[in-house]
Ligand binder design. Structure first.
Ligand code: KDG
Ligand code: MG
Length: 402
């Protein structure tokens, strides 16, 4: 029997920080898992190195479900982003190994293709409405069929989701940046910015918007109602999702579709949202919600309730997560859309991937496993570089949701 012989944790910053797990079997087969938790990277690296790696050695890499149960139930302490990201990395690496051993891409192990490609949305943003419109035009020229639109709110000198350089990257600074927030200013401005996009470009592409947990349920209900004429594909994270019941109020007031889940990490965090049909898209991911095994369980539950997938895919999710997402997205029946942001060149030097984008669709080459390689030597040139996500403060100085 092949066993797990080695498990190594790499922390590097090629373009941004990533934590990567590589498992090697006694037959010399390797598998990769992403363990990146933006702004809390070293906590997951330690969870893996100090607490999971010793448990993996000598075990059968083929028993993926059993390993998941062993790490999840065996910890006694359940759920939470650090634990679930660490379990995700192990699970993803074992799927990679299983694919390589079978000589098949992972999506073949998940039931084969349900579609020819994975619809993605790109990220248009602007420091004002005219520059947002220019950016939307750019994404349309690049062939994107779905575009998320965010513009800085003038009254507060910026807001969530606006790109500063070529790549959107909110984690910056060795201490969290503190940014101003005004719900009133946002609600006065954002609907008009979305309407301007529809007025200029029409309706022959999907338009998305991320509210980023900034509104209360009643404010989100008003926002959703106000942008109904923009026919959004979704409004994302309209309100924080710890209180799943809160989405009922939004639901009762608007037909704007709702997406949430990028910061949630287990099926129990989305159980009510799904089974009571309070959302339309669930945005949990391979890296933060327990790997391919657990995410498939979430998506299978969602399929019973007309909820479709819409996995998070910002640049802080490594190319390993993107590849794993593409394999799952290709296979599941209730795929909705996949978020996609191109990674920095340095990132792509370290992670060699077989995922490619064409006409607004992602696909993967027909290679065994997940089709990603990690260049450890190249990674050594990019040491860990502590970075924090910003925090938001209301104009009276109190903390708001970021
Ligand atoms: O790490 C945080 C980012 O991934 C997040 O801010 C991006 O909300 C986000 C999105 O929808 O991509
Ligand atoms: Mg988001």
């Amino acid at each position: 029997m092949s066993t797990i012989e080695r498990a190594e944790v790499f922390v590097a910053s090629p373009g941004r920080n990533f934590v990567t797990l590589r498992i090697t079997t006694s037959d010399g087969v390797t598998g990769l898992g992403d363990a990146t938790l933006n702004g809390r990277e070293l906590a997951v690296a330690s969870y893996l190195r100090d607490h999971l790696v010793p448990l993996l050695i000598g075990r059968d890499p083929a028993r993926i479900e059993d390993m998941w149960q062993y790490l999840y139930r065996g910890a006694y302490w359940r759920r939470g982003p650090v634990t679930m990201t660490a379990i995700s990395a192990v699970d993803t690496a074992l799927w990679d190994i299983k694919g390589k051993v079978a000589g098949l891409p992972v999506y073949q192990l998940l039931g084969g293709r349900s579609r020819d490609g994975v619809l993605v949305y790109g990220h248009a943003s602007g420091t004002d409405v005219p520059s947002l419109l220019d950016d939307v035009a750019r994404f349309r020229d690049l062939g994107y069929q779905a575009i998320r639109a965010q513009a800085a709110v003038p009254e507060i000198g910026g807001s969530y989701g606006v790109r500063k350089g070529a790549i959107y990257e909110p984690a910056a600074g060795s201490l969290p940046d503190e940014q101003p927030w005004s719900t009133e200013a946002y609600l006065n401005f954002a609907p008009g910015s979305l309407r301007a996009v529809r007025e200029r470009f029409g309706f022959d592409f999907h338009l998305l918007h991320d509210v980023h947990h900034r509104l209360t349920p009643i404010e989100a209900a008003r926002f959703g109602k106000e942008v109904e004429d923009c026919r959004l594909f979704w409004m994302e994270d309209p309100t924080p999702a710890e209180n799943q019941d809160a989405f009922r109020l939004i639901r009762q007031h608007t037909t704007t579709p709702i997406a949430t889940g990028e910061i949630l990490n287990s099926i129990w965090d989305v159980q009510q949202l799904i089974t009571e049909q309070l959302i339309d898209y669930v945005r949990t991911t391979v890296v933060h919600a327990g790997g391919i095994t657990h995410l498939k369980r979430i998506f299978d539950l969602a399929a019973l309730y007309h909820v479709r997938s819409g996995s998070h895919g910002a640049t802080d999710l490594s190319p390993i997560t993107l590849a794993a997402a593409v394999h799952l997205d290709l296979a599941i029946p209730n795929f909705g859309i996949q978020e996609y942001m191109a990674h920095a060149d340095e990132t792509m030097e370290v992670f060699r991937t077989n995922v490619h984008l064409e006409d607004g669709l992602l696909d993967t080459a027909e290679v065994p496993g997940l089709g990603v390689e990690y260049d450890e030597k190249a990674a050594e040139r990019f040491p860990y570089d502590p970075r924090y996500l910003p925090v938001a403060r209301r104009l009276d100085g109190s903390i708001h949701d970021w």
